[in-house]
Design a protein. Structure first.
Length: 316
């Protein structure tokens, strides 16, 4: 669950900023970390922009909304997270197929949480260079644990209940969706000082990525967001799994009942539970949306060999 947005009271929304202000002032912080929906919505965000429906009346019409797709927006942050999740799942699924074609089985993607030593991590995340080093260290220890590739989503905060009140506090950790095996947790801690929690195979990868992004850490220098929320490493990194082609195509959606192409209707006002005035709607043509289509390939696969180790019994 994400905290309610309140741009006028950042220390109420993110009490960790107030709790850590002494540490921050000593270290002269450069990067400020916030959670999604902390900002203000643009004019029109969330307003109904039209309706998509079957011209034959065979399916229930659906409202269309105006979206800005900004993580800062308290109205549209979910749309941003959903779009980023679909992009991430696309890379995971198509990457699996690419490796399968060259005879390398990736097995199923797993979700693991890696937590660094907190004192050092809190100091590192204050500056841009510090956080870059921390994220690089995360990739290094994740590979040491046995995960050969996947994506990284950074969380700057954790949530806990204090006297029945939800409080978000600084507690940097990394969520990994990746492939490989895991060494023994105690041996891993003794070797690296990091702690991992194996959450295993997820029911829906897209749902997991979406949920993680709804409260991912957003780093800002002044008013500019300076870090990507999802990054890739190892066998799924940018230097290994590269985009071969990228195109855009116009998609016509079909009615689930009769198969007719859906139409878009321009209406000034519509109640979700009442479509009795449908005859007065203005038909503005077929409902379409633009879909991105990407294909992937391995770069210099023979030169950059990827080792896929057998899953160990403790991987869950």
């Amino acid at each position: 669950m994400c905290p309610d947005a309140n741009p006028l009271s950042p220390f109420i929304v993110y009490p960790a900023l107030e709790q850590s202000k002494n540490t921050q002032s000593l270290l002269n912080p450069i990067v400020f970390w916030k959670l999604p929906k902390w900002g203000t919505a643009n004019v029109g965000c969330g307003e109904v922009s039209g309706i998509k429906a079957c011209p034959e009346g065979d399916n229930k019409p659906k409202l269309l909304y105006k979206r800005c797709f900004r993580p800062e927006c308290p109205v549209c942050y979910g749309s941003w997270a959903n779009r980023e999740a679909s992009h991430g799942v696309e890379r995971l699924e198509k990457g699996e197929r690419v490796y399968y074609r060259v005879g390398k089985k990736t097995y199923r993607v797993r979700h693991i949480v890696f937590s660094p030593p907190q004192d050092e991590a809190l100091k590192a995340m204050i500056s841009m260079d510090g956080f870059k080093d921390l994220r690089s260290e995360c990739v290094r220890v994740v590979k040491k644990a046995g995960i050969h590739g996947g994506c990284v989503i950074f969380h700057s905060h954790r949530e806990k209940l204090i006297q029945g009140v939800s409080v978000w506090f600084y507690s940097p950790h990394f969520h990994i969706l990746g492939y490989g095996y895991l060494m023994n947790a105690k041996d891993f801690f003794d070797l690296t000082g990091w702690v991992y929690k194996n959450k295993g195979v997820r029911k829906t990868v897209s749902g997991t990525v979406f949920y993680l992004l709804t409260h991912a850490g957003l780093g800002y220098v002044d008013d500019k967001r300076v870090f990507h929320s999802v990054t890739w490493f190892g066998s799924f990194g940018y230097s290994r799994l590269v985009i071969k082609s990228e195109t855009r195509r116009v998609v016509y959606e079909e009615c689930e009942v009769c198969g007719s192409n859906l139409h878009r209707y321009d209406v000034d006002y519509c109640k979700k539970s009442d479509y009795s005035d449908r005859k007065n709607w203005q038909d503005v043509g077929f409902y379409t949306h633009v879909e991105r289509v990407r294909s992937f390939m391995l770069r210099d696969y023979k030169k950059h060999k990827v080792v896929f180790l057998k899953l160990s019994s403790d991987f869950g």
